[in-house]
Design a protein around this ligand. Structure first.
Ligand SMILES: Nc1ncnc2c1ncn2[C@@H]1O[C@H](COP(=O)(O)OP(=O)(O)OP(=O)(O)O)[C@@H](O)[C@H]1O
Ligand SMILES: [Mg+2]
Length: 290
């Protein structure tokens, strides 16, 4: 669905503040995929994804949507932004209407859809993020909890009915319940609606649990890509990039250091449980116990 070829982005070219944010990045993201993007602060994650819906123009290289160059002459970039929805970091700062419904309706109304269709999309989008339209629709966005505001902002993007949803640190600043809820909805949108998801996050646990593929950025370069098991199998490398590993991968590493032979590629709590039980059983047998 998305393809970048030799994408380079330089901010403020020719000024004293010139910054090369991306260097020669080539990648593809298929329709319906769930891709996690990780990398230290300033590695270029936000810059990269803003190319996927043509908010930024490459300094060099090309970005294609379904094979078409986003910056070719005559491309309808408003259509591109409908198909590739982007939820910015701290999106609740962009809520501004008097009611949640009006806020979610803003995008579809701008498309010139008739009012019945707009209302239908508002109800559908609020329901998708777990906000009852009758209860939350009439309320002021500013009376909601942090997690509810974030979900209202997500509903605003979903009301455009995109095929790909890009989320730039959607859990930043939320409490554990808010984090769990928003990621739960994102996971469901992927599984049940087939939306392609691009998730930028500092949570290695979220990536391990949700992503089918992980892209690792370092100082503007794509330095690794692969399944989460493959990416997290080398904790030393990630640490060198200023990144951690999922908590359960770390637990497995510590247990191995203490002599319990668990698998090295554990990602989740369920996998850790199975691996520890299996390792204990093996050890029990070799000690003649059990
Ligand atoms: N609008 C801008 N003007 C100038 N430089 C920018 C701009 N936005 C980002 N940069 C610079 O480009 C580089 C990449 O920034 P970017 O925001 O893409 O990184 P990031 O991986 O999203 O970081 P974070 O994890 O902190 O959000 C950084 O050096 C940053 O300072
Ligand atoms: Mg960023």
């Amino acid at each position: 669905m998305i393809r970048c070829e030799h994408l380079t982005h330089i901010y403020g070219r020719g000024t004293p503040l010139q910054t090369q944010a991306l260097t020669d990045v080539s990648l593809t993201i298929a329709a319906g995929e769930f891709v996690g993007i990780i990398g230290a602060t300033g590695s270029g994650k936000s810059t990269l994804v803003q190319h996927f819906n043509a908010l930024l123009r490459p300094t060099a290289g090309h970005v294609y949507l379904d094979g078409g160059d986003l910056h070719a002459r005559g491309v309808d970039r408003r259509r591109v932004r409908r198909e590739v929805g982007l939820l910015f970091q701290y999106p609740e700062q962009q809520l501004f209407e008097e009611t949640v419904s009006a806020d979610v309706a803003f995008g579809p109304r701008n498309l010139g859809l008739d009012e019945d269709e707009v209302q239908m999309r508002v109800r559908r989008a609020l329901t998708l993020v777990g906000l009852d339209p009758d209860r939350f629709g009439p309320r002021s966005p500013f009376e909601l909890s942090g997690g509810e505001m974030r979900r209202a902002a997500l509903a605003g993007v979903l009301s455009m009915e995109p095929r790909m949803l890009i989320l730039d640190e959607p859990t930043a600043g939320l409490d554990p319940t808010g984090r769990r809820e928003i990621l739960g909805h994102v996971g469901r949108l992927h599984r049940e609606r087939g939306l392609a998801i691009v998730l930028i996050t500092h949570s290695m646990d979220a990536v391990a649990r949700l992503a089918g593929r992980v892209l690792v950025l370092d100082r503007g370069r794509l330095v690794a890509e692969g399944g989460p098991r493959e990416i997290f199998a080398d904790p030393a490398r990630l640490q060198a990039l200023g990144l951690g590993v999922p908590q359960m991968t770390l637990l497995g590493q510590r247990l191995r250091e203490r002599g319990l032979p668990v698998r090295p590629d554990i990602l989740t709590v369920a996998e850790a449980r199975t691996a520890v039980l299996e390792a204990l059983r093996v050890r029990g047998r070799s000690h003649g116990a059990l």
